[in-house]
Design a protein around this ligand. Structure first.
Ligand SMILES: [Zn+2]
Length: 123
């Protein structure tokens, strides 16, 4: 499926939590389902395969993980005197450190607002 430039912009807004004034007039004609599907993939932790609740970003390679899962992974590797590889498929970063992880507030907010929306719709 081709993503239009306008949809890409909307995805960025969803991801980074910028204020969206487009919903107010509601006449954009953007395929919302597609956006939800696309953005959801970024909400999934590569370790747990579940939607992240407290995403942290690796500032070295730029990947995000569930905080609890990546911390647990690093700890267990370090206990065995091994380096923790980035669990994201295709990533070549082989030494993930606790100090490289930063809270991804924007993503956390995006997930939260996405879930709120989901809840509203099923109500
Ligand atoms: Zn990575």
């Amino acid at each position: 499926m081709e993503v239009k430039a306008d949809s890409k912009l909307k995805i960025l807004i969803v991801l980074y939590g910028l204020p969206t004034d487009r919903e107010a007039d509601g006449t954009e004609g953007v395929d919302e389902d597609m956006i939800v599907t696309q953005s959801q993939t970024n909400f999934i932790c590569p370790i747990t395969q579940l939607e992240m609740k407290k995403p942290v970003k690796n500032k070295v390679c730029g990947h995000t993980y569930e905080e609890e899962a990546i911390v647990r992974m690093i700890e267990s590797k370090h206990k065995r005197r091994k380096k923790a590889c980035c669990p994201k498929i295709g990533c070549s970063h082989t030494d993930v450190r606790m100090s490289d992880l930063i809270q991804d507030e924007a993503l956390r907010r995006a997930i939260e607002s996405h879930n709120k929306k989901k809840h509203r719709q099923s109500d």
